[in-house]
Ligand binder design. Structure first.
Ligand code: NDP
Length: 528
């Protein structure tokens, strides 16, 4: 306390300070203007939100698939009717063009429709064969909701990305507590409010606001699973915190996706896809194209076509700008350092260069012939830059694409060998002759390997991710051979051994073929 200030004035100032600390402002990254002010949730209010979610979880799980589909359908209709309004909030907090905001909202709506239509088919109880040994039983499996799911999301696609967890967790019968990025709290609040309008009396989706501490509090709260999307470094922290209570996690982390261009590829299509994949959303896309490996026979031609497209787009706030500002200003320094490092190591910038990065915007940069150990090749840049390196053959392209620590998505452009090359890429998802197409197919799982994380959102796998499998057997008639009794006789044991020998004791015809021949046959089949 200062010597001169009266106590009540000091108290007032402390109280004001406390109130100030408990507010989180979101900004328009193009101008720095404040676009929203939100009260921060501390550990106690996160726990209270989780308790409310818990109270609604039994109701939501109990109403069944049809009623849940009805609710999700109504929510989908609200999102669709108010798409422009939500896109305004996304635009204000991320700076991305309104049309791009609409695109990500549209994709999330399409996923919601799939969930409503398919959840029961994927998760509902179904019979399975009990097998010969337990032929006197019936057997069934169903996938039951976990309870309350915590979702922590990033800012780059503040609707589409977290909805990959939120909508699938809800569709599987869980309630959700969502912590949006500190940069996009308004989007999170808008989403939760819109679902509350459809189901006013229940806490199906709540938003908790704050920085990393709020996320940590959500990890420590009484949740049944945590779905995290964000950087690999934060993913590790989230996993460590969740481990304290053995809370399971899904980690959707960063990427360094490669696009491969074969000598017989449609070069215009490949250049268009590379430009969109690398520069759209100002390069702030986890499944964006950050590297291209192009066959040396067509490399110059491809680089020319890509450069033309790179020069045709720019970042800004004018009506012609196809790219917005960098949402998180600290990323600008990362982008600049990767470009500097690539050039210092002998790479060439054929479009843009270090001067393309200012204090709010980054313009497209095309780097060629960049050493494979450069930061621009090994680390996630998350800006509108792309590295194009030449390869002598597709095996070399695959080897280089697979060399990094990430394994999220990727793309292949090839006339004849697209599917074959795609299957060799060590990543969760690959598009052939297109870019990021897999994200827009609701029935396909989305997720990565290695430093890109584990677990899946989207599709049947994404629904199952937020459930536990419940297996039930029912004895229908007395067994011919009762194996689970202490009254089992020696004769019965002999009969059991005879049955097993008959079932599993003889090698099948294919089993008799030498291993070498079988491997060769599988390879041949894959090539075909
Ligand atoms: P961050 O890892 O910085 O943050 C992600 C979220 O975690 C934010 O809500 C953040 O809150 C929160 N958080 C931060 N610290 C903690 C903590 N200690 N405990 C719990 N939560 C915490 O990622 P960005 O928001 O910068 O997003 C960009 C990253 O996301 C990129 O690496 C990108 O590749 C990846 N990403 C991955 C996707 C995928 O599906 N695989 C999709 C989209 C993006 P706060 O913002 O308040 O710090």
């Amino acid at each position: 306390m200062s010597d001169t200030m009266p106590q009540d004035q000091q108290d007032q100032q402390d109280q004001q300070h406390q109130q100030d600390r408990q507010k989180l402002e979101s900004f328009d990254p193009a101008t720095g203007d404040v676009v929203g002010v939100h009260a921060v949730d501390d550990a106690a209010s996160v726990e209270a939100a989780v308790a409310r979610a818990r109270a609604s979880a039994a109701w939501w799980a109990g109403i069944g698939f049809d009623a849940r589909a009805e609710v999700l359908g109504q929510w989908r209709a609200v999102l669709t009717r108010r798409m422009a309004q939500l896109a305004d909030v996304v635009h204000a907090e991320t700076g991305k063009p309104h049309a791009d905001a609409q695109l990500e909202i549209g994709l999330a709506i399409d996923h919601l429709a799939w969930i409503g239509a398919k959840a029961e088919k994927v998760l509902g109880r179904h019979r399975v064969s009990p097998g010969l040994l337990l032929a006197n039983h019936s057997a069934s499996v169903e996938y039951l909701p976990l309870g309350v799911v915590g979702v922590i999301g990033p800012w780059n696609y503040p609707v589409f990305t977290p909805m990959g967890s939120i909508a699938y967790a809800l569709g599987a019968g869980n309630t959700v507590v969502f912590k949006p990025s500190e940069l996009t709290p308004g989007v999170g609040v808008w989403l939760a409010d819109s679902l509350r309008e459809v189901v006013p009396g229940q806490h199906l989706l709540q938003t908790v606001i704050g920085w990393g501490e709020t996320g940590t509090a959500l990890c420590r709260a009484d949740i049944d699973k945590l779905a995290f999307t964000g950087s690999t470094a934060t993913g590790k922290k989230v996993m460590a915190t969740c481990a304290e209570n053995l809370t399971p996690v899904v980690i959707e982390a960063g990427g360094k996706d490669a696009l491969i261009v074969d000598e017989d590829a449609d070069l215009d299509a490949a250049a268009e896809a590379a430009a969109w994949g690398a520069f759209s959303n100002a390069g702030q896309t986890c499944i964006g194209v950050e590297r291209v490996y192009v066959h040396e026979k067509v490399a110059d031609d491809f680089i020319g076509r890509l450069s033309e497209r790179a020069r045709a787009v720019h970042a800004g706030v004018d009506a012609e700008a196809k790219l917005g500002p960098m949402t998180m200003s600290s990323q600008l320094e990362v982008v600049r350092s990767h470009v500097d490092d690539a050039i210092a190591r002998g790479g060439r910038a054929v479009v843009g260069g270090p001067e393309s990065v200012d204090d709010r915007f980054a313009q497209p940069v095309v780097l060629v012939d960049v050493p494979e150990d450069s930061l621009a090749v090994t680390e996630e840049t998350f800006g509108p830059t792309v590295v194009v390196n030449r390869v002598g053959c597709m095996d070399e392209a695959v080897e280089k694409a697979n060399a990094g620590k990430y394994g999220l998505g990727g793309a292949v452009f090839s006339g004849r060998r697209g599917a074959e090359i795609a299957r060799q890429l060590r990543s969760g998802m690959t598009s052939v002759n297109a870019v990021i197409a897999f994200a827009a197919v609701p029935s396909l799982p989305f997720g990565g390997v290695g430093d890109s994380g584990f677990g899946r959102i989207h599709g049947a796998d994404g629904l199952k991710e937020f459930t536990y499998a419940k297996a039930v057997t029912r004895q229908r008639m007395k067994p011919v051979l009762n194996l689970t009794t202490f009254e089992r006789t020696e004769e019965q044991d002999t009969l059991f051994a005879t049955m097993l020998t008959a079932l599993h004791g003889r090698a099948s015809q294919i089993g008799k073929r030498p291993l070498r021949e079988r491997v060769a046959a599988v390879r041949e089949k894959r090539r075909g």
